[in-house]
Design a protein around this ligand. Structure first.
Ligand code: HEC
Length: 407
């Protein structure tokens, strides 16, 4: 078996990235939950926020939150930042190894926009930088005076970004870049707002004084934003396995819908912790989920025009289907791929024999007709006419003549 450095790098970095992400998201949910259950106490003292008792691992924990601290405890203070930084760094590395390394395959869909690899990578980088600058700018300018307006503008900007990305990049890259943009905002929130503000609070405590309470307030706000972004980002990170989402003709709306579902569910969880019902947000999440369901069922992507009356047209000979698959797919999807990029059949999908083709018919329809995600990057230059033939054969029930045997 050939050694494939891309795949091994992909595996190692991805493993690390998922682990770091679990730690980060775990702490995010833990602290948001903690803040929501803290009970203020009358005798709490200066800067007191609240207290809670926790029970875990066979012991009682007494947690006491304050926005000031005595200088005596500062040496033993635990900070939380590496989860965020390592998640971002490994995610960025993965973006390069998987998407930018082979931008021609994964970033670009000539049917969406005929970009060069450099342009596609440039758009990717710009998305990360501009996404952060725009979000941070809005919240610095309006966060204190008009937080609702800032929220509204942020949401509109997100929808615009989702629309732009899906109209520039391949569907899966657009979803991934949208997730990377939000992930970058989250990590930058830690590096550029939460940590600097906490360092100022720390310095004030060292000097035996009191920091401006707004520092705490701003850090908490960004930390809350991060929590709300986790569910949408996780969807975007796993979305590349689900071509019916990014491969949909209206994929930008699915992306926005999934974002809405994530935010709604997260808000429900948080308001439940606080003791309120958050039912409005369940409704919000349900509405977005319903939107996606409607899109999935009714607005199935249109097959190539020639397939429209496929059932009525003359039966397609299996031989011509097999010839198309042999020239356009088998380079990668074979027990012995000739592709240098994929020395092992991707996802174990092989189309060497009629049986293998028949068995995979539904997946072939999804990947090559409904979403046109295959051939990957259309490297093998499948034509619309060939898709039409394949679609017609699939619409006729994907018949394989009796007695056709393995080659
Ligand atoms: C240049 C290599 C290449 C070519 C050519 C190619 N594929 Fe793929 N295919 C892949 C890769 C890589 C994957 C793995 C999925 C991924 O990483 O996106 C894949 C995955 C698939 C899957 C599996 C999806 C799943 O859910 O497991 C199907 C089905 C598929 N391809 C069908 C086709 C068909 C049909 C053609 C020809 C029309 C084709 N592919 C041509 C590289 C290729």
């Amino acid at each position: 078996m050939d050694f494939n450095i891309d795949s091994w790098l992909n595996l190692v970095i991805r493993w690390f990235h998922v682990m770091a992400g679990i730690l980060w998201i775990g702490t995010s949910f833990f602290f948001i939950w903690l803040d929501n259950v803290l009970q203020p106490e009358a005798e709490g003292g200066k800067g007191h926020v609240g207290k809670a008792w926790l029970f875990h691992g066979g012991g009682f924990y007494r947690v006491d939150k304050a926005i000031v601290a005595p200088a005596s405890i500062l040496d033993s203070l635990h900070w939380f930042k590496w989860e965020a930084y390592l998640t971002w760094l490994s995610g960025f590395a993965l973006l390069i190894v998987v998407y930018w390394w082979r931008a021609d395959l994964y970033m670009i869909d000539p049917a969406v926009a005929p970009l060069s690899a450099t342009q596609a990578i440039g758009i990717g980088l710009a998305t990360l930088v501009i996404g952060w600058l725009a979000y941070d700018g809005v919240w610095r300018a309006l966060g204190e005076r008009a937080p609702k307006l800032a929220l509204g503008i942020s949401l509109v900007l997100y929808v615009a970004a989702a629309y732009a990305l899906t109209h520039l990049l391949s569907g899966r890259a657009a979803f991934m870049m949208s997730g990377a943009m939000l992930g970058t905002i989250m990590a930058a929130n830690v590096a550029m707002v939460i940590m600097p503000n906490q360092r100022k609070m720390y310095a004030a405590a060292t000097a035996g004084g009191e920091a401006d309470p707004r520092l705490s307030y701003q850090a908490k706000r960004r930390s809350t934003h991060n929590n709300y972004l986790t569910l949408p980002v996780i969807f975007m990170m796993i979305s590349n396995h689900f071509s019916m989402t990014w491969g949909h003709a209206m994929n930008w709306l699915i992306l926005v819908g999934m974002f809405g579902v994530g935010i709604g569910v997260d808000h429900f969880l948080n308001s439940r912790d606080k003791g309120s019902k958050g039912i409005g947000y369940v409704a919000l999440a349900a509405a977005f989920a319903a939107l996606i369901a409607v899109m999935a069922f009714t607005a199935a992507p249109a097959p190539p025009a020639s397939a429209a009356n496929a059932r009525a047209s003359a039966p397609v000979a299996f031989a011509s289907v097999q010839a198309i698959i042999a020239t356009r797919c088998v380079e990668c999807h074979s027990a012995h791929p000739t592709s240098k990029l994929f020395p092992i059949a991707p996802n174990g999908m092989k189309f060497d024999t009629p049986d293998e083709i028949k068995l995979a018919a539904a997946k072939i329809k999804l990947m090559a007709i409904d979403t046109q995600a295959m051939p990957l990057g259309n490297l093998t230059q499948m034509t619309e006419q060939e898709r039409g033939t394949l679609a017609a054969w699939l619409a006729q029930g994907a018949p394989v003549p009796d007695g056709s045997t393995a080659r």
